[in-house]
Each structure stands twice: as C-alpha cells, then as structure tokens.
Design a protein around this ligand. Structure first.
Ligand SMILES: [Zn+2]
Length: 300
C-alpha cells in the first residue's frame, strides 16, 4: 500500500486517453454487490458510509454504485475509464499486476486492481479527515464500491485483443449481444425474467440465502479473509480471469447463438461473483472505517 496516491498529476496526464470499449456489471450487478456489502457493515463503517453519502440517497449506497459508469466519459472523469477493467494477454488465463495493470498508454496502476488499492488508501484518511476532504472521500467510496464489483465480473479481466469479450459479437437467445455484455447484463436479466418475476430483491434474497445458510456459507470466511490488500486484489483478479477462461470464453466464437445451456451453466458463477464482491467490499469498508489498528492496509 502507499504506492498509489493519485492526484492532479495523474489527472492531467490521463485526460487524453482513448475511451475503451469495455463496460461494467450492469446496474443490477452493482446494485446487488453494494446492497450485500452495506448489509454486512459494522456500526462504525455503517456510520461512515452514511456520512459520506449525499442526503438524497437517504443512506442507500447501492443508489450510487453505478455512478462511476455514468461519469466515465465526462471530460473531468475520463481518466477513470481504464480503471474499470484489466486486459491480460490472450489465452494466457493469468493476471500479473506489473505486467497487466496499466492503461493503453502503459501508465502503471491504471486498471481495476490498482483502482481498488488506490481508493482504499484514500479512504484510510477518512478517520483523520476534515470537512474540505469530504467530497473526495465520497467519490473514493463510490469508486471503491463500484470497482469491487467490476474486479469480480470475470470478463472485466479478459483478453486484450477482444477487449474482454466486447468484440465477440453473438446472439443471446434471439437478440444481438456480445460476450462481455452477456456477463455484464444478459445472464442477470435472464435470471430475473425466468426465475424471479423480474424482481431484483427476490434474486438478491436468494444470493444472500446462499451465503448465509446455503451452498456457500462454509466458504464465506475464506472469501473475506485478507491480511494484505494488494495480494488479495491480485487474487480476486486472478479468480476472474480464470473463470473468464473456463466459463466465459470456452467454446464461444463470434457469430454463435448462446442460449439455455450457456445460461444455466454460467448463472451460478455470476451470482457467486456478485456475492464475493459484496462480502469483500464489506470487509474492506469494515477495515478502513473500523477502529482496528492492525488492518491489512494500516501500513499507508
Ligand atoms: Zn465499471
């Protein structure tokens, strides 16, 4: 930690960057990640998050978790566009921070793994914060919350030449889509339609049941264990590229039609990644805002 303190220098440097093609977990994916996280906050983190959110969301973090996608093409925030994903070498199925965490101009740390670390470092200043820092702290919270979702979306850690599946055009059932979008949105939308009466809260309840008292409940302690944030983030990105290889790209070619088989077999991975993203976001926020002196990131 401590390597990633970005400020106006970086901001000035990156204003001219091209807009990449990758998008993000759909709104639904980010909303669920943030709702899970907020439900797991301890008292201090809960208080801090509510303090940092603008009044109009009435304490609901999930209402702003998609904000970084909405502003990424604005002039002021264009520098954040490369922070939503990682491009890894084609077919390598691995992630190496020093090799892969850069933007298209080779600026180091400009990827979603660097962003999670950077915005966590920024939030660590909250406890010593003053009034005039409040605005930045709010943005840091929203960016961190969003990027914890993105780093868990397997196709956000995809291959370079196809832009994380964005250029793999295909059909999803009867309509046109692409492989990246299938993982961002189509699988979630299909699940909502087929199984949850299009009600996001029912889907969310199912995911929450799976980790509180269901198929994943034994795994939760290992998901949220972290002594060294940079190592953990790298591991989460590695998990994503490995799922992308095995379940995202495998057997898929441009021009194909993906339907029931693909949907049914991949849906559990999508749901699990949303759960992991939420649980781990809560873990970070509890560390950052809690009063433990020996958290993973205290070295900053
Ligand atoms: Zn994103």
């Amino acid at each position: 930690m401590g390597r990633f303190v970005w400020g106006s220098v970086v901001l000035g440097f990156v204003l001219f960057m091209a807009v990449p093609g990758a998008f993000a977990w759909s709104k639904e994916g980010h909303v669920m990640t943030c709702k899970i996280a907020q439900s797991l906050l301890e008292a201090e983190a809960n208080e801090a998050v509510k303090n940092l959110l603008p009044d109009y969301v009435k304490g609901d973090l999930s209402a702003l978790c998609v904000w970084p996608d909405q502003i990424r093409h604005w002039y002021k925030y264009r520098w954040t566009s490369p922070l939503h994903f990682i491009d890894t070498p084609d077919n390598d199925c691995s992630f190496d921070y020093s090799r892969d965490c850069h933007d298209s101009h080779d600026a180091q740390d400009m990827c979603v793994a660097g962003a999670v670390q950077n915005f966590t470092s920024q939030l660590l200043h909250y406890r010593e914060g003053t009034g005039d820092r409040r605005h930045n702290m709010t943005e840091a919270l929203l960016f961190l919350s969003h990027f914890m979702g993105d780093v868990h979306q397997p196709m956000h850690v995809g291959f370079t030449s196809d832009e994380g599946g964005n250029t793999i055009a295909l059909r999803w059932f009867r309509h046109k889509s692409n492989l990246h979008h299938v993982w961002d949105k189509e699988i979630i939308a299909q699940a909502l339609k087929d199984y949850y009466e299009k009600d996001l809260s029912l889907l969310l309840e199912d995911i929450q049941r799976n980790y509180t008292d269901g198929i994943w409940s034994d795994d939760v302690p290992s998901w949220s264990h972290c002594n060294d944030l940079s190592k953990c983030v790298n591991m989460w990105a590695k998990e994503s590229i490995q799922i992308a290889c095995k379940w995202g790209y495998e057997g898929v070619e441009s021009g194909m039609t993906l339907s029931d088989d693909y949907f049914e077999s991949r849906m559990p991975y999508v749901m699990k990644r949303i759960a992991q993203g939420g649980i781990r976001l809560a873990m970070i926020l509890n560390e950052v805002f809690g009063d433990s002196q020996e958290g993973f990131a205290a070295a900053t």
